[in-house]
Every structure is written in C-alpha cells, then in structure tokens.
Write a protein that binds this ligand. Structure first.
Ligand code: SAJ
Length: 434
C-alpha cells in the first residue's frame, strides 16, 4: 500500500521522532497532541524534549512543509498511536499478598476514540504505545468498531512497539529491527509497507498479541537481570567482595552476561513494563514481581552504603550528583536517584542535588543547586548517582579545591579509585564490601 498522509497521535519521546522521520522521508505528516503548548512549540520549529538530533529533524520537517502539528486528527491513510501508558496514581491490584501497579490506559482509549470519526475503509491504524497483552484486540478493536468499520476486514490494525534507546532514538528508529503484529496477516503486511518507508533494520511480521508480548518480554528480561546484579551487589557487600570485580570475572564465562548493579532501575520503560505482565497474570509472574521489588528497594541499599561511609546521616551535607534515570539524558522519570535523595533526607541528611541536563528541574522536596560548584562546596560527601560523561571526566585535583568533602560514594562505578585517592579522597563504591 502507498501512504501519502499519516497522522501521528502523541508527540512525546516516541511520537515526535517517528513523525519527523516520516516527514523527512517525504510523507505528509500531521502530528497530534492534546497539549496546545506542545503544538505551538512545534509549529515554530522548536521542541519540548531533549533528544540528540531531534531538533534539527523537526526544524527541517516543519520548513519542508511536510510536518504540521494540531490538537485534532484529520483523515489520513494511516494513524499511529504513540501516547503514554503510565500507572494509575492511587489504585493497586492485589493477589495473594502481592500488591502491584495498574496500567492507566486512558490516553490509548482517548487516542483511539479521536480516530473514529476520521477512519475510512482501507486505512491502517498502528498502536505503538507499550501496553498489556491483548490491548490491540480487546481494547482498541472495539473502540475503532464504533466507526462502523471492522478491523482486519474494512481497515488494517497492527501493534508495532518502539524499542529505541533514549539518547539514540534518531539512529535506532531507523536501524533497529522492528516487529509488526497485525490483527490479520494482511494488516501486518500493510504495517510493513508503512515502516519500510524508513526502517533499515529487519522487519518481522507476526500477530498483534505476540508483538505486545515481545515488547514486554524485552524490558522484563532486562529488569530481572538487573535485579540479579543488584542482589549480587548486596551479597558482595556482606561477604567482603567487590561485586564489580566478581561480575567482570563471571562474565568471562562464555554463557554468562551479568548486567551492572546501580542505585535502582528508572525511566519510563524497564521499571514500568514488567508490571503490565504482573497485572495481566499475577498468578504466573512471581519472578517478575520479585525482580521489581528488588530493583525498587535498591535506593535503600544506596542509603546503607552512604551510612557505612558517613555513620549517622543527621545533619550531614551530601551533594547528590545526577538525578536523571541514566547517563547523558535529561529524563528524570521514575529516577531511583530521586528516591535516594528523599531517603537520605528522611535520615536527617541535608542534600543538595545537581543535574547538569536539567539544573532547574522542579522536584518536590528536593533542593536543586543552581551550579555544580554550589552543590559540592560545603558538602561532607559527594554521592555519584548517575554516570553522566561529565561526571566521569571530572578532574580529582580540581574538585579537591572546590569542595570540603573528602568522602566519595560511587553507586555506578563512574570514578577511578586511584585517581581520586591520589587527590586526597576516600572512595566507597556500591557493592564493594572489601
Ligand atoms: N540499568 C542498570 N544496570 C544495567 C543497565 C541499566 O541499573 O546494567 C538501569 C539504568 O541505569 C536505568 C534503567 O536501568 O535506570 C534502564 O536503562 P536502559 O538504558 O537499560 O533502558 P531504557 O529504559 O533507557 O530503554 C529501554 C530499552 N530496552 C532494552 O534495552 C531491552 C529500549 O530499547 C526500549 O525501547 C525502552 O526501554 C522502551 O522504550 O521500552
């Protein structure tokens, strides 16, 4: 099938890069978002999120006339839904002593509803939002049926998850393998026609529910494997071992690939998606459930490590370096660093936080320093929570001039013992019991 015009609903971390990439490939794209502020920003050629390469792509797309943003959809050949699927704020599921989070599908529901008046015979609708298994078939299909058209017979419907890594979205969008799950094989084929416009990686066709599971399996696999690394960090601490050394030796085994421990798992994907499985089938997911518990509890282990370095935290001044959920991104969602700061404050510590990618972030209950210098100046200890390149590159001798602190706590293996110790610091690393 040929596509002249497509409508992308949701212009966030996934929708906007997708919309602008289609536009760059000559397709007429209407980007839709409920936020008038986002629409105004985009139509001026500006962007509201940080992602390397995205701003240039959006600017070009707007200038070429191929990309426009609006708050309502219009008729198009294809509709792509890329809206968030967060958790419900105050509602939890319960099963056999397990308390689990529930997906908030309202944005998917209203995005699907917004398409109904514009859906025509022969169109393609693709859901990209990460969703619990069977969402395409059980939730989206009946909503679209309100148009009087039937999915798989009158129009094509598919699920195609995004698997790009924040920080590398523009490249991975094109190069990654892509899975397209159709409600019928023909829907998957038409989905393939659409994404072949820019995808250079392998495109695999399957059914919609398999594609939904694939997406959740990938992030769950990673979460469970990070959980085991975090559990190893606690064991190493107990047994007087350096977990990083132990992992690097274990990974010499040809069939072992242990991931890195750290302050916990953040972001809007890996710390969220496993819950969609738990919600959908709590009786079948004890391992996935417990891995989530382990990772969510890791900030407590960071606090124990800080206490090992400083004793009582009452009145201690701590510079918390990095609040993003991972290195070199500005995304603070579900960041374990945020939780660490709150836990430290609960123990009486006086924390100044510094996040170079979002110095003016407004986080309730967290004091953000205006400069790095201000955060570290009077600190008793520097706590490294995210391995941003600029933290890894700090010059220990220069830092020794800028701070009173002589104690460093490194939760991400960002700093080198020798270099910092030579400059007069004592360095304690998470998961090192030696
Ligand atoms: N982390 C560790 N130890 C590790 C690796 C990661 O503690 O060894 C932590 C990070 O610090 C971070 C979190 O896990 O807090 C997640 O970071 P990440 O870089 O592993 O992944 P995300 O969440 O940025 O992106 C993931 C990717 N999924 C996989 O790698 C399987 C990406 O491909 C997906 O597109 C994305 O989720 C998504 O949107 O679902």
């Amino acid at each position: 099938m040929k596509f002249q015009k497509i409508c992308v609903i949701g212009l966030g971390y996934i929708g906007l890069p997708t919309a602008s990439t289609f536009a760059a490939h000559g397709i007429n794209v209407l980007g839709v978002d409920i936020s008038q502020r986002i629409i105004d920003t985009l139509n001026k050629g500006e962007i509201h999120i940080h992602e390397p390469g995205l701003h240039e792509e959006v600017k070009k797309a707007i200038q070429s006339g191929n990309f426009k943003a609006a708050t309502k959809p219009e008729e198009a050949d294809a509709f792509i839904i890329a809206v968030p699927t967060p958790f419900q704020e105050n509602k939890f599921g319960e099963y056999n002593g397990m308390t689990y989070k529930l997906a908030d599908m309202r944005a998917v529901i209203s995005a699907a509803e917004s398409i109904v008046p514009f859906l025509r015979k022969g169109n393609l609708v693709v859901l990209e939002s990460t969703s619990p298994p069977r969402t395409t078939v059980d939730l989206v299909t009946p909503i679209l049926a309100r148009s009087g058209l039937e999915a798989g017979r009158d129009f094509h419907l598919a699920y195609s998850p995004e698997r790009v890594l924040p920080g590398q979205i523009m490249r991975e969008l094109i190069e990654n393998a892509r899975v397209i799950g159709g409600v019928t094989p023909e829907s998957a084929q038409v989905g393939r026609d659409l994404y072949s416009i820019f995808v250079k990686g392998q495109i695999v066709q399957t059914d919609a529910t398999t594609a939904e599971m694939v997406k959740l399996m990938e992030n769950t696999y990673r979460d469970v494997n990070i959980a085991i690394a975090n559990e190893f960090s606690r064991l190493a601490n107990k047994f007087g071992v350096d977990v990083w050394e132990a992992i690097s030796i274990a990974n010499l085994h040809p069939r072992v690939k242990i991931l890195n421990p750290g302050p916990g798992v953040g972001g809007h994907c890996i710390s969220v998606d496993p819950w969609f499985f738990v919600e959908a089938a709590p009786a079948l997911t004890p391992l996935i459930y417990h891995a989530r518990q382990v990772n969510d509890a890791q900030p407590h282990f960071v606090v124990e490590t800080v206490k090992r370095a400083l004793g009582s935290l009452e009145g201690k001044k701590i510079a918390a370096l990095g609040l993003a959920y991972k290195p070199d991104v500005d995304d603070l969602r579900e960041s374990p660093a945020n939780e660490v700061v709150h836990l430290l404050q609960h123990e009486g510590a006086l924390v100044k936080a510094w996040e170079p990618f979002k110095p003016d972030a407004n986080l309730p209950g967290i004091h953000m320093s205006a400069t790095f210098e201000d955060a570290i100046k009077d600190a008793d200890a520097l706590l490294l929570l995210v391995n941003h390149t600029e933290f890894a590159k700090l010059n220990p001798k220069e830092i020794a001039q800028k701070t009173k602190a002589r104690i460093l706590i490194d939760t991400v293996k960002g700093w080198n013992y020798e270099a910092w110790e030579k400059a007069g610091f004592t360095l304690l690393r998470l998961g090192v019991g030696k």
